[in-house]
Ligand binder design. Structure first.
Ligand code: FAD
Length: 306
């Protein structure tokens, strides 16, 4: 039953009609539990609240799979305005984004131009931009764009790799020469068994394997998970191998396991929360529901609220 619900929500996450309609609705169906608001001031307010608790952030102006040049350029403008707002407000946050939001599916050159515009601004503020990893169809091109931008912008750009893909262990080796700053995650999209571990237990095992590998190679890891067993393992592993806390951080999503977020920050770990905002909330929200069918209860309750 759980697998069926997961598949339904992952299928719905790609529905363009509903995605379009949702942009006009405003945050609905309990989405405000996972999305900080619609505007940049909403987002900065949420980051300020986190910073007061000793938690840093990464802001994500929601958007993905855009199909027009105008939309792609507008998205890039939003990313730039977000970086400027972070600098103006003096809050502790970097930026996360998706390449399909910047026009990757329309024209790779358009996407590269947008990325360079954003990274020029990030560099001028001495900030950092992380490229989220999307579905498997975009995996190789995302990695190749990251390599090119890493050569040009160095420490100002990072990438995400997903433990559910068989290829990720090899990608970690191949990327080592770039000394990459990687966010490591389990993976959020629906992928066939030809490319991704179908069993969650295998994904969990590979997650630990790639985290350990990346850390032992001496590279920076953002361990992005709400899985307490993994977090405990990383704490013990880094202590055992004398890996300094400056070489890794924990990341979680806005609105999920907030108590654990605060606890890790209190223990002195760098705790970064991914704070999404904007009107393109639909796909992101559907993936959060797919991860945890229990979240659907929030949706149902919110539908009966005024
Ligand atoms: P799970 O085993 O799924 O969950 C462990 C426990 O966490 C659950 O038992 C539950 O208590 C809690 N939990 C997990 N998800 C939820 C939820 N939605 N609601 C409530 N509780 C929950 N994926 C990508 O494919 N590409 C990316 O670029 C990407 N970026 C991410 C950035 C961050 C900061 C984080 C935290 C995740 C990101 N993800 C990304 C999503 C990731 O791949 C997983 O889908 C997601 O984190 C759930 O897996 P988990 O590691 O928390 O472990």
């Amino acid at each position: 039953m759980e697998e069926l619900m997961r598949n339904v929500f992952l299928y719905l996450s790609k529905n363009q009609g509903l995605n379009h309609a949702a942009k006009k609705w405003g945050l609905r169906f309990g989405a405000s539990r996972f999305v900080a608001g619609m505007t940049i001031p909403d987002a900065i307010r949420a980051v300020n609240d986190l910073n007061r608790k000793g938690i840093v952030a990464t802001l994500d102006h929601l958007g993905e799979f855009v199909t027009s040049r105008e939309e792609a350029n507008e998205s890039a403008d939003y990313c730039i305005r977000t970086l400027d707002a972070i600098a103006d407000a003096g809050v502790k946050s970097n930026l996360s984004l998706k390449l399909t939001q910047l026009g990757l599916d329309i024209d790779k050159n358009l996407c590269m131009r947008n990325m360079r515009r954003i990274l020029d601004v990030a560099q001028s503020h001495d900030n950092f931009v992380r490229i989220d990893m999307e579905d498997y169809a975009h995996n190789e091109v995302t990695i190749s764009i990251f390599k090119e931008l890493r050569r040009e912008y160095g420490k100002h750009v990072g990438l995400v790799l997903q433990a559910y893909l068989y290829k990720t262990e090899k990608d970690i080796d191949d990327l080592h020469e770039f000394r990459p700053n990687l966010r490591l995650v389990k993976g959020a999209y629906k992928e066939p068994k030809e490319v991704a571990f179908p069993l969650k237990t295998d994904v969990d095992k590979n997650f630990i394997k790639i985290i350990e590998k990346h850390l032992l190679l001496g590279n920076y890891a953002a361990v992005a998970t709400h899985d307490e067993a993994v977090i405990q393992h990383v704490k013990a592993f880094t202590e055992k191998h004398n890996i300094p806390r400056s070489q890794f951080e924990f990341q979680m999503l806005y609105g999920i396991r907030t108590g654990l977020q605060e606890q890790l920050a209190k223990e002195g770990y760098t705790m970064r929360v991914y704070v999404p905002y904007g009107n393109d909330w639909y796909g992101y929200f559907m993936r959060r529901l797919a991860e945890r069918p229990a979240n659907v209860a929030f949706v149902i309750k919110s539908m009966f609220k005024n």
